[in-house]
Ligand binder design. Structure first.
Ligand code: NDP
Length: 247
């Protein structure tokens, strides 16, 4: 699967844990130059140190994806350090599930800001580079919850439906200058995602469910590798994957 990955410069948001971390480690192992962004700089630095100790190439920059200028700075740092950007993996996300009637409006806004606007800021930062070099790849993260809506998930699902929609819109607009667009939609994966649920009852219920069936974060790394490793004229547009036993 390493074909077409070695040497590529890959910017990864939400790289401090879960699927972003697993993907950073895997791509670096396959010879990619990885650029890690997230808010927890200490976590990023320790992942970068591990990657370097294994002989890989990696840098980190503390990035809050809700701040457009910080996402731009992450992409600029990648280009300054490695000369180009080949792929952005817009992976940062939050899932504080709750019933709308609970009025957790701050959490609704957080999900829109991180899951949707953060993804848009990543796209905005790489587009001029990709347009100029007439190549590049945007990989966005949706969810099984970008394919169906459940109680407590109205806002989260809305953001993940939106990521699929904007990915397809982007694909149609950038295909003419040879830019590939993929949207990856996982089911239950074993990460820290459910730890931020504040809704009474829902948190424990979801964490129990996920614990029983979840697949490892490295599964996402395999999907990302698959999408990147295709020949440049093959554009993997969407992958939906989940634990076999998940409804
Ligand atoms: P984690 O909680 O382990 O990782 C989420 C990452 O997003 C962390 O690195 C976190 O870093 C980062 N993040 C959160 N807010 C911000 C912010 N404001 N700025 C920058 N980075 C931010 O969960 P996952 O690995 O599971 O999540 C990755 C993606 O996968 C998300 O988009 C999620 O919605 C999606 N997903 C996950 C599923 C699952 O079952 N785990 C299922 C379907 C989709 P930090 O806190 O350091 O900023």
């Amino acid at each position: 699967m390493t074909e077409n990955i070695a040497g590529k410069v890959v910017v990864i948001t939400g790289a401090s844990s879960g699927m972003g971390e697993a993907t950073a480690r895997s791509l670096a192992e396959q010879g990619a130059k990885v650029v890690l962004g997230a808010r927890r700089a200490d976590r990023l630095e320790s992942i970068v140190a591990d990657i370097k100790a294994e002989g890989g190439e990696a840098i980190a920059k503390a990035t809050d994806v809700t701040k457009r200028e910080e996402v731009q700075a992450l992409v600029d740092t990648a280009k300054q350090t490695f000369g180009t950007v080949d792929v952005i993996f817009n992976n940062a996300g939050l899932m504080p599930l709750s019933m709308l009637a609970s009025q957790k409006v701050d959490e609704w806004e957080q999900m829109i800001d991180v899951n949707l606007k953060g993804t848009l800021y990543g796209i905005s930062a790489v587009l001029p580079i990709f347009q100029e070099q007439k190549s590049g790849q945007v990989i966005n993260v949706s969810s099984v919850y970008g394919h169906k809506t459940v109680p407590t998930g109205a806002v989260y699902c809305a953001t993940k439906y939106a990521v699929r929609s904007l990915s397809e819109g982007l694909r149609q607009e950038v295909k003419d200058y040879n830019v590939r667009v993929a949207v990856l939609s996982p089911g239950a994966v074993n990460t820290e995602l459910t730890s931020h649920i504040t809704e009474e009852g829902t948190g424990d219920q979801v964490r129990d469910f996920v614990k029983q069936i979840a697949i490892p974060a490295s599964t996402m790394a395999d999907m990302v590798s698959f999408a990147i490793s295709q020949p440049e004229n093959v554009d993997v547009n969407e992958i939906l994957f989940r634990p076999t036993v998940q409804p």
